[in-house]
Ligand binder design. Structure first.
Ligand SMILES: C[S@@+](CC[C@H](N)C(=O)[O-])C[C@H]1O[C@@H](n2cnc3c(N)ncnc32)[C@H](O)[C@@H]1O
Length: 221
């Protein structure tokens, strides 16, 4: 855990350049937002938002009347996210919450939505680095209103003719502290109101998996 904190601490300012965003990981977040289909005016929680690489895509969908609530435990990653928000003039649209999702009080997030709960939760490449991902997911999901939507984008081993790239994928995950075999989208497949309506896309030889679905009834906060 201390290593993880260092990884997303001092290294935060280099994250956008060194994380492989341009060549690899942007494709997953774009696929995820497409499947999530946020609507105008929605409030979307970005779980493990890091430096805020999802914000522009989410805000483009929810419009000026929508909101993004970025939650992250790393104050250094959030500092980069804050600079992005300031540079882009998103002060009215983005709230940044420094919190460990595994111990978060969902009520604190619900309070930021005026008490009704968020319309959706989105998480990219974050649940696979959280050892307590099931608890983090349960708590953040509890801040989504009944009938809300969720999207998870994360990593797995590439397959088919892309299998030869597995060592590179493993190296990328080890560098970021991610468990490539965590497959955290299974939490969403489990919680979907209609398992038959779960939407899924793969990118980069199957290394990136985006899953989105409508959630069932709200769970206990
Ligand atoms: C690989 S980065 C992904 C950041 C961003 N979602 C993206 O797509 O670029 C993982 C992020 O999860 C955050 N994180 C890890 N464990 C967390 C936890 N328990 N609660 C909140 N954030 C956490 C880290 O601080 C880091 O910013």
């Amino acid at each position: 855990m201390a290593t993880l904190m260092r990884r997303y601490g001092a290294g935060a300012r280099w994250y956008d350049v060194l994380s492989g965003e341009k060549w690899v990981y942007r494709a997953g977040r774009e696929a995820g937002i497409r499947l999530l289909r946020p609507r105008r005016g929605d409030t979307v929680i970005d779980l493990g938002c890091g430096t805020g690489l999802n914000f522009s895509g989410l805000l483009a969908a929810v419009g000026p009347e929508g909101r993004v609530i970025g939650i992250d435990r790393s104050v250094d990653m959030l500092a980069v996210a804050r600079r992005r928000v300031e540079a882009m003039g998103w002060h009215d649209c983005v709230r940044l919450v420094p919190a460990d999702a595994a111990t978060l009080d969902p009520g604190d997030v619900v309070a930021l939505t005026g008490g009704r709960g968020a319309d959706a939760v989105f998480s990219t490449y974050a649940l696979s680095v959280m050892p307590a991902r099931e608890e983090a997911w349960r708590r953040v999901r509890a801040a989504v209103r009944p009938g809300g939507r969720a999207g998870i984008v994360d990593m797995q081993r590439p397959h088919g003719r892309w299998r030869a790239l597995e060592p590179l994928a493993l190296l990328a995950c080890a560098t970021g502290g991610a468990d490539i075999d965590a497959h955290p989208w299974r939490l969403l497949e489990r919680d979907a109101v209609d398992p038959g309506a779960v939407e899924r896309a793969e990118r980069k030889g199957g290394h990136l998996v985006a899953v989105a679905a409508d959630l069932g009834a709200a769970i206990t906060r």
